[in-house]
Write a protein of this length. Structure first.
Ligand SMILES: O=C(CO)[C@@H](O)[C@H](O)COP(=O)(O)O
Length: 233
């Protein structure tokens, strides 16, 4: 039995949730589960349909994206996952999908405004959208650069990756994360639902206002305790 068996099982079970939640088609997307102490993560193999996945097929790589265990090629997004794990030691799971509504907002290069309490129940900030990659980043190591595009956008907005566990990458698609792969999958499903609600909200009323700051603050304090400072942009 692999010394990474538990990690591979976490990654496998999380990957199998994506088609169940209608977040992926065919071989789109990928999930990884990390062991921050050992500096490795297990990730879906590239191009393998979900119905053909197994625990054994999960590929284990280190935080430089180098394969540690596994015969199959790791996901093409492996370096993006690796950059995030290396720079954000609090996270233990990452999901990348091309879910329809979140990807539509990413292609439109727009952050998802906080229109209602459904959104505020999960995060009290607009869901950020990182700018599309510059040509020289695309011509370089695209997946590696995508990781830094995410990190730098969070720094520029002053966002905390423990508070906001999701992002859209302009002209690409969403990435979510969490302390576990299971939480990252949950965040991907929440993101897709909020993205659909926000699109419909703007279609029904193009002038729909954002949720009142007082209600955003109330949701923030529900999560962080009364009197907690609501400092989100
Ligand atoms: O973002 C992309 C393609 O744009 C990838 O996430 C694919 O959707 C899945 O690639 P593999 O994980 O199978 O390599």
């Amino acid at each position: 039995m692999s010394s990474y068996q538990d990690l591979k099982e976490q990654a496998y079970l999380a990957n199998m949730q994506l088609p169940k939640l209608n977040l992926v088609l065919f071989t789109f997307g990928n999930v990884s589960a990390a062991d921050q102490q050992r500096g490795v993560f297990a990730i879906k193999p590239s191009g393998v349909p979900y119905e053909e996945l197994s625990v054994e097929k999960m590929v284990v790589v280190d935080f430089d994206g180098i394969t540690v265990e596994g015969d199959l090629r790791p996901s093409s997004d492996t370096k993006t996952h690796a950059v995030l794990y290396k720079n954000w030691p609090e996270i233990g799971g990452i999901v990348h999908t091309h879910s329809t509504y979140a990807t539509a907002w990413a292609q439109a290069q727009r952050a998802i405004p906080i229109f209602g309490t459904t959104h505020a129940d999960h995060l009290t900030a607009d869901i950020p959208c990182a700018p599309p990659m510059e040509d020289e980043m695309i011509k370089g190591d695209y997946e590696y650069q995508t990781g830094f595009q995410i990190i730098n956008h969070f720094k520029n907005l002053g966002l905390n990756q423990r508070e906001v566990e999701m992002i859209l990458v302009g002209n690409h698609a969403p990435f979510t994360w969490g302390k576990t792969a299971e939480k990252a999958v949950y965040n991907s499903a929440v993101l897709e639902a909020v993205a659909q609600m926000a699109l419909l909200t703007e279609q029904i009323n193009p002038a729909a206002p954002r949720l009142q700051a007082s209600l955003i603050e109330k949701h923030y304090q529900r999560k962080h305790g009364a009197g907690a400072y609501y400092g989100q942009s």
